[in-house]
Write a protein that binds this ligand. Structure first.
Ligand code: MN
Length: 194
């Protein structure tokens, strides 16, 4: 048994102009494919064969952790988008939880965006829920995932340069500002309520 590259749940140009088809082709078709291939090559004889990727991320270290983390992180990232929407915002339980934890949706976006912009080097900014349903933001470097902190990951932004450099060059804050237009809050709500 081996891991496979996930299919994108939208057309390659569907996220334009926020994320171009060129970026998606490289990011999904080349970067993620490489992490999938690396993980499959590392698993035989490792003791992690046959485990779900979430379990590998929780238990592994070194190269297996790095590649499993990047497979899980990218699977969650690519699955959480939709075509751009004006005034895009959450509803139902996740909207109430954001208001309760951050004061307002705008305050949440501001804090998430600032922490994503301020993450040094390559990594991911995550919104997660703890065991009591409290929402927390964590900066994770490289392949980090909040699962290793006992948190339930809900929403993430990839701030590795490969995620935005074709479209935004060095303008990471502009990528982050546009990111909010393509978040599929139905997916985030389902993760929260699962
Ligand atoms: Mn990436």
């Amino acid at each position: 048994m081996s891991f496979k590259l996930i299919d994108l749940p939208y057309a390659p140009e569907a996220l334009e102009p926020v994320i171009s088809a060129e970026t998606l082709g490289l990011h999904h078709g080349k970067h993620l494919q490489t992490y999938v291939n690396n993980l499959n090559n590392l698993l035989p004889g490792s003791g992690f064969e046959g485990l779900p990727v979430e379990e590998i991320v929780k238990k592994a270290d070194g190269a297996i952790f790095n590649n499993a983390g990047q497979v899980l992180n990218h699977n969650m990232y690519f699955a959480q988008f939709q075509a751009p929407v004006d005034d895009n915002k959450p509803d139902a339980a996740i909207a109430k939880a954001i208001d309760a934890n951050f004061g307002s949706f705008q305050a949440f976006k501001d804090e998430f965006s600032a922490k994503a912009a301020g993450l040094f080097g390559s990594g991911w900014l995550w919104l997660s829920a703890d065991s009591e349903g409290k929402l927390v933001l964590t900066q994770e470097s490289n392949a980090g995932n909040p699962l290793t902190r006992g948190l339930k990951p809900l929403l993430t932004i990839d701030v590795w340069e490969h995620a935005y450099y074709v479209d935004y060059r060095n303008r990471r804050p502009e990528y982050i500002a546009n990111f909010w237009k393509i978040v599929n809050w139905k997916v985030i709500g389902e993760r929260f309520e699962a």
